[in-house]
Design a protein around this ligand. Structure first.
Ligand code: HEC
Length: 117
């Protein structure tokens, strides 16, 4: 049989398979990325002791501390920068935030904003 585009019965199947494997690769790389982001956020929350007072999911362990899980990301960023830069006098948060870089603040804010309890 001559192999040309008119009798290549496999062509539509081949393009379907290629398109779907590309889609699967694309989707799974998104999932891996989300997992890494979650892992990094959790590590930072542990490393900087946020979870000691605000809990692993941002639900505070004690009523003395605010719940921050599921809070808007931008709000968390702005509060953390205010605390860090001393524009807002917290009771305990200034000492916590003083160590944080802009990048770490963004990551922590994203991490806690995605939590729900
Ligand atoms: C020693 C306990 C403690 C630790 C550790 C701690 N916080 Fe706090 N956090 C507080 C308290 C108490 C407040 C209320 C403001 C104040 O008194 O400083 C607060 C307030 C906040 C707020 C403002 C919440 C709002 O609703 O406005 C955010 C955001 C926050 N903390 C994030 C963090 C992050 C992120 C970390 C880790 C880098 C962290 N905190 C570590 C005790 C803590």
């Amino acid at each position: 049989m001559i192999h040309n585009k008119y009798n290549d019965w496999f062509a539509p199947i081949r393009s379907f398979l290629m398109a779907s494997s590309a889609a699967i690769l694309f989707l799974s790389s998104g999932l891996v990325q989300a997992d890494l982001e979650e892992e990094e956020g959790a590590e930072l929350a542990w490393k900087y002791h946020c979870i000691t007072c605000h809990g692993e999911d941002g639900l505070a362990d004690s009523t003395r501390y605010p719940n921050i899980g599921g809070q808007n990301q931008m709000y968390l960023v702005s509060r953390l920068k205010y605390f860090r830069d001393g524009k807002e006098a917290g009771n305990q948060m200034n000492a916590q935030a003083v160590l944080l870089s802009d990048e770490v603040i963004e990551k922590l804010a994203t991490h806690f904003s995605k939590k729900s309890y």
